[in-house]
Design a protein around this ligand. Structure first.
Ligand code: SF4
Ligand code: SF4
Length: 165
């Protein structure tokens, strides 16, 4: 995966950039617009790396929605499709291809997917502040082309290269 090499090469710089952003004023809406523009240029169905690589946390509401969609009882959804991780709480089960609901490059429960999947990669939408969501971006830049390109564009927008070298 070429994106992994690129992301890893930039990991140190991306971590520095996050620290830089915390110390500088920035207009969040501009960053969101940049991310939206980049997302609009990328075909997620040709990628699906997030579903292959990242874990997806599920809330009670997500389980309720999945149960309705799948015509199952909530407790069946819980036992069949979810597990509890020590670090992340309840997450969707995974197999050797990634998320249990991933079918090829497509989500088999797309209309009922968990909120975290809808918000991914959490640049435009998500829980918590924009800055608080930035802490995972150096990792995400190693598999998500939207994040990789957005961070590069953010650095330009913030004048990071000229100031931080
Ligand atoms: S539920 Fe769908 S969108 Fe979410 S990780 Fe699984 S396959 Fe991907
Ligand atoms: S990793 Fe990023 S580009 Fe790839 S499918 Fe997920 S959101 Fe889209």
């Amino acid at each position: 995966m070429q994106i992994r090499r690129l992301g890893e090469r930039k990991r140190g710089e991306n971590e520095k950039f996050r620290a830089y952003l915390k110390r500088h004023n920035f207009v969040e809406r501009r960053y969101k617009r940049i991310a939206e523009e980049i997302a609009g240029q990328i075909d997620c169905t040709a990628c699906a790396n997030c579903c292959k690589v990242a874990t997806a946390q599920v809330s009670d509401r997500d389980v309720e929605r999945l149960a309705k969609y799948l015509g199952m009882r909530e407790r069946e959804v819980l036992s069949e499709y979810t597990e509890v991780s020590e670090d992340e709480g309840r997450i969707l089960k995974r197999n050797e291809n990634g998320c249990v609901f991933l079918d090829g490059n497509l989500c088999s429960v797309y209309e009922a997917r968990p909120d975290t999947c809808k918000d991914f990669p959490h640049l435009v939408h998500g829980t918590g502040s924009f800055l608080s969501r930035m802490w995972k971006m150096a990792d995400r830049a190693c598999y998500c082309p939207i994040v990789y390109n957005a961070l590069e564009a953010y650095k330009e927008e913030a004048g990071f290269r000229t100031l931080a070298g």
